[in-house]
Write a protein that binds this ligand. Structure first.
Ligand SMILES: Nc1nc2c(ncn2[C@@H]2O[C@H](COP(=O)(O)OP(=O)(O)O)[C@@H](O)[C@H]2O)c(=O)[nH]1
Ligand SMILES: [Mg+2]
Length: 450
């Protein structure tokens, strides 16, 4: 894929960071310049590219590194997230077809953008997934348009409806859809013409077809080689009639793919698919997240991001406030232990804790894990009241809990001591104005372990 150029430039920029002995401001600035250059070369709009590079810089320099990943990994995460955002953010699914009815998609776009090819590709995509699919040709302008569609479609065993000698695209569409509905089809893709004497006439025809057949979705097909001009084109079509989604084609043969994708994303439109070749199979459902993962050439990137996400202590604002006001309970301790468990090798996390960056003894993490497992069992053996208010724990309750959890009474007492320490640390932090819950938890666990 020609977007590979953008990918390899970004990859190189990130490698520089990974190889650097220290991650200082100079390295971060260099990274941002490299990323900016890579984006501009891929025809990404200057303003979008500048915004992105500034955001990367600000986030890398100011954001706290999430637990479980290193500072350098955090840089990769930030670049990945920002590029993903540039391309539209969260994954956008392909068309969602409603069951038990004929779903109608109207494909519009200028001549040569790839409508006909894409219509067959998308039809094939759904046919392979078990839907009864047909194509409708309403291109009455281009000589041999019907035959072109027919030929492409027959190679994928897809029916084409239309009227090769007809003159009125609206009539052709209505008649074809009536037939398809009667025959129990589930998806019809209408391929329209794109050649007109002037843009106004094209827009008018598109509008009248749309009004006559009321498709479930209108998709604009855009040639990816036009780069950031895709923005203006998408806007122009959307003003004529509401465009529901966009498909960008020819991303295999252009260095401007980044420009086209980011420009379309900037209009707020959904990108359903991208075309990456001339063959019927050369299409893929567009998901910014996996696309960027591949673009950056990092197979394990997703794993890394997931690890960081999972490790984030999931705690509500409300809960955090309650804790800050001193109402820390054993449930919070339990959640904290669970979060640490999810972060992966404990010794690595421990070595990241401030003040513990010296070598952690070999067996330390094993010992700590064993202890955490015990503590979890202990908390599970408590009543709600005891978890909420550990003060009620007297000798007999401690004995009962120890028996329930299969631990020694000393273990219960040790945990309670740790919990008290955690509370103290928290109070001290509050006094020092530390408001980040995660940081606080980190330091609290350090205090208890050291
Ligand atoms: N390389 C490449 N070529 C494509 C892609 N999609 C369409 N084309 C080519 O673009 C040209 C115009 O496509 P066509 O479907 O006829 O466009 P239409 O005029 O909008 O219907 C044809 O030569 C297609 O083979 C793609 O994703 N990659
Ligand atoms: Mg065509």
């Amino acid at each position: 894929m020609a977007l590979g150029k953008l990918g390899s430039s970004l990859y190189e920029a990130l490698r520089k960071v990974l190889r650097a002995p220290v991650l200082d401001e100079t390295i971060v600035k260099e990274l941002c310049n490299d990323v900016l250059r890579a984006l501009l070369q891929a025809d990404v709009n200057v303003r979008l590219a500048l915004d992105l590079s500034k955001r990367v810089e600000a986030r890398v320099l100011r954001e706290a590194v999430p637990p479980g990943i290193s500072r350098k990994e955090h840089v990769i995460k930030v670049v990945y997230e920002e590029i993903t955002r540039l391309l539209g953010g969260e994954a956008q699914p392909p068309y969602v077809l409603k069951p038990g009815k004929l779903n109608v998609l109207l494909f519009v776009g200028i001549q040569g953008s790839g409508k006909t090819t894409t219509a067959v590709k998308v039809a094939n995509f759904y046919r392979k997934r078990g839907f009864k699919v047909a194509l409708v040709c309403t291109d009455t302008y281009r000589p041999g348009a019907y035959e072109q569609l027919q030929q492409l479609a027959s190679s994928a065993d897809i029916q084409v409806y239309g009227d090769p000698s007809g003159r009125d695209p609206v009539r052709i569409a209505i008649n074809a859809l009536r037939k398809l509905e009667a025959e129990g089809y589930e998806l019809a893709i209408i391929d329209t013409a794109g050649r007109h004497k002037e843009e106004g006439a094209l827009m008018k025809e598109m509008k009248s077809i749309a009004e006559a057949i009321k498709p479930d979705e209108i998709s604009l097909i855009i040639d990816g080689t036009i780069g950031q001009q895709a923005f203006t084109q998408a806007k122009a079509f959307d003003e004529a009639t509401k465009i529901g989604s966009i498909i960008i084609t020819k991303l295999d043969g252009t260095a401007k793919g980044g420009g086209a994708l980011s420009a379309v994303a900037a209009t707020g439109a959904k990108i359903r698919f991208i075309g990456i070749g001339e063959k019927i199979g050369d299409i893929e459902a567009f998901s910014p997240t996996s696309f960027v993962g591949r673009l950056l050439g990092m197979g394990d990137l997703k794993g890394l991001i997931e690890k960081a996400k999972e490790a984030e202590v999931s705690i509500s604002e409300e809960r955090a406030k309650a804790i800050f006001s001193g109402r820390l309970t054993l449930k919070d301790l339990y959640e904290q232990i669970e979060a640490i468990g999810k972060m992966g090798p404990l010794d690595r996390i421990l070595s990241m804790l401030p003040g513990l960056s010296y070598k952690v003894p070999e067996d330390f993490s094993d010992v700590a894990k064993e202890r955490f497992d015990k503590w979890k069992a202990i908390i599970q053996s408590m009543t709600e009241e005891e978890k909420e208010n550990p003060k009620v724990l007297n000798a007999s309750r401690i004995r009962r809990i120890a028996r329930g959890a299969g631990v020694r009474e000393g273990d219960v007492k040790e945990m309670l001591k740790y919990f008290d320490g955690m509370k103290r640390v928290m109070k001290a932090m509050k006094g020092r104005g530390i408001t980040s819950f995660r940081r606080l938890m980190k330091m609290a666990s350090q205090g208890g372990l050291a």
